[in-house]
Design a protein around this ligand. Structure first.
Ligand code: ADP
Ligand code: ZN
Length: 525
């Protein structure tokens, strides 16, 4: 094994790559892997993952073998390395047989520092044979989240990469990904046999983004319009909506109110999508109203705000979508408005999905985490980053909760009334009806069902309609009420509601209808 000089990595960093210093945890990761340790590196795109295996590959004897599913990027990476004087090559299906043979013979003669290989190629018995005869510095498994069967990028070949660990137990492995949620991380560790690997999570904070999440009391569209007019006039932004219909309607409505907005969703022709996307990138101050179909691979540095008119289905989605704001590092806003109906719709979609139990449980868990982020009274950035395992010292001073700490109230009694009213009405009715009963309204339906004779009829004078709806949203968000599967939005009690009903648990909730903190136009930094 190579003798390790403490400053050798930094020497390579400067001499080969031309950088002054390591960024974030790079130095520590390089030291760990160069010394022969396994690592799992979670860093956002652009964070600087490549150096984490490239430098150890140069420091250690033998060739660093990089597994990557992104064939299109291999060539660029290898080209860039060659320009820095690194002996690099790649093996994938785009290479001619002859060119492939040449690379293989360079591998055999120890003439390579780094070899990029597509996973299916690496797993060929012949290839594994060749590697067994070569001296290998390390294995780097890029885009490691591809082992996750539940992710969008699942690659069956990735699961078979456990063979590396079995056939080459002495070779250090470093797995890298930008997907950092706990479930994916665990799957990577299990499937790739990385139980002993050190985990490095870093770089997920986007300090220039101000997070704001407000519950949609009243007209969310109107609030969005006010937000754009007051804080981002003439600036570029993205507005995410759940459905194509809503996208069309919101884009049209914003245009009617004098803003420059375009729709984008998968229902538009490819040509129109292309045109709108090109305009968004090229023109200044355009607002793209879009479904989540928009944004992949969009690199526009001066997006000043990302707004959500619906609840994203997971914290990962929220982070990724809001992350499209402020790539230039200047102040940007992540603004979201969500309401009772969002929570109900997502819960129902989930309950009604055809997925198996394990997957449903995972999705429920993801939505719960998203709802917890919405309802928290703590620093949003803290909750967001800790979800990814990025240790972060809250408060951040740049989220709504930090800027104007939310008030809370003791909602125990009100929650007890709400829950017992759900119970008394037979756990079949939706929020609207239960609120009618609580408020003692004399609708025909209430009377026909005899609900005006219930003990909970008219006991809810302390809150108005909006107040009760908000409370129900929070109860559903906190898992104290479940929404039925049939699609009528009928509410049921859950295990978690019992302690509250019995008076054994107290419930403190954020006070409703707090206007979100504004970013002062005159920036005082
Ligand atoms: P990732 O693979 O995490 O998306 P890359 O490894 O491609 O990120 O790095 C992103 C960019 O940051 C590249 O342009 C790279 O040259 C640059 N970079 C990485 N590390 C450093 C560093 N220590 N100093 C300066 N620039 C760096
Ligand atoms: Zn904060």
């Amino acid at each position: 094994m190579t003798e390790l000089h403490p400053d050798r990595a930094e020497h390579i960093l400067r001499e080969v790559f031309g950088y002054e210093r390591f960024r974030g945890q790079q130095g520590e990761i390089v030291r760990h892997v160069s010394a022969g340790g396994d690592a799992l590196v979670l860093m956002p795109t652009g964070g600087g993952k490549s150096l984490c295996y490239q430098i150890p590959a140069l420091e250690r004897d033998g060739v660093g073998v990089v597994v990557s599913p992104l064939i299109a990027l291999m060539q660029d990476q290898v080209e860039a390395l060659r320009q820095n004087g690194v002996r690099a090559a790649y093996l994938n299906s785009t290479l001619s047989t002859e060119a492939g043979r040449e690379v293989e013979s360079r591998l055999a003669s120890g003439d390579l520092d780094l070899l990029y290989v597509a996973p299916e190629r690496l797993l060929l018995p012949r290839m594994l044979e060749r590697l067994a005869n070569a001296r290998i510095a390390l294995f780097a498994i890029d885009e490691a989240h591809c082992v996750s069967q539940w992710g969008h990028d699942f690659r069956p070949e990735y699961i078979r990469l456990s063979v590396l660990h079995e056939r080459f137990p002495a070779v250090p492995r470093i797995a890298l990904t930008a997907t950092a949620d706990e479930d994916t991380r665990q799957e990577i560790v299990e499937r790739l046999g990385l139980e002993g690997a050190r985990v490095f999570v870093s770089g997920f904070d986007r300090p220039n983004i101000r997070y704001r999440i407000a519950e949609a009391g009243g007209d969310a569209r109107r609030r969005l319009l006010d937000f754009i007019r007051e804080e981002h006039p003439g600036e570029a932004g993205i507005v995410y909506c759940l459905s194509r219909k809503r996208v069309e309607a919101v884009a049209e409505w914003l245009c009617e109110h004098g803003l420059n907005a375009l729709p984008y969703h998968a229902g538009l022709s490819a040509e129109l999508r292309q045109t709108h996307q090109a305009r968004f990138l090229r023109e200044e101050g355009l607002i793209m109203v879009a479904t989540i179909a928009f944004g992949m691979g969009i690199d526009k540095p001066d997006v000043r705000f990302v707004a959500h008119l619906n609840l994203p289905r997971s914290v990962e989605a929220y982070y990724q979508e809001t992350g499209r704001a402020g790539r230039d590092g200047l102040p940007a806003d992540a603004w979201m408005s969500y309401g009772l109906q969002d929570v109900i719709t997502l819960r129902q979609m989930q309950a009604a999905s055809e997925a198996d139990e394990a997957r449903k449980r995972l999705e429920r868990h993801k939505l719960d985490a998203m709802l917890a982020l919405c309802e928290t009274t703590a620093c949003r950035r803290g909750v967001l980053l800790r979800y990814f395992g990025d240790p972060f010292e809250a408060p951040c001073g740049n989220c709504d909760n930090c800027l104007s700490p939310p008030e809370t109230w003791d909602a125990t009694t009100a929650a007890q009334k709400a829950l017992s009213c759900v119970h008394r009405t037979g756990q079949r009715f939706g929020v609207g009806h239960v609120v009618d009963v609580l408020l003692g309204r004399e609708g025909e339906r209430v009377r026909a069902l005899g609900h005006d004779r219930l003990s909970t009829y008219g006991i809810g004078g302390e809150l108005d309609e909006a107040g009760w709806r908000g409370l129900f949203r929070q109860l559903i968000a906190h898992g104290l009420l479940a929404v039925d599967l049939e699609g009528h939005g009928g509410l049921r009690l859950t295990e978690a509601s019992r302690p509250v009903l019995r008076g054994e648990a107290h419930l403190h909730l954020r006070t409703q209808s707090r206007p979100p903190a504004r970013r002062a136009r005159a920036r005082s930094e």
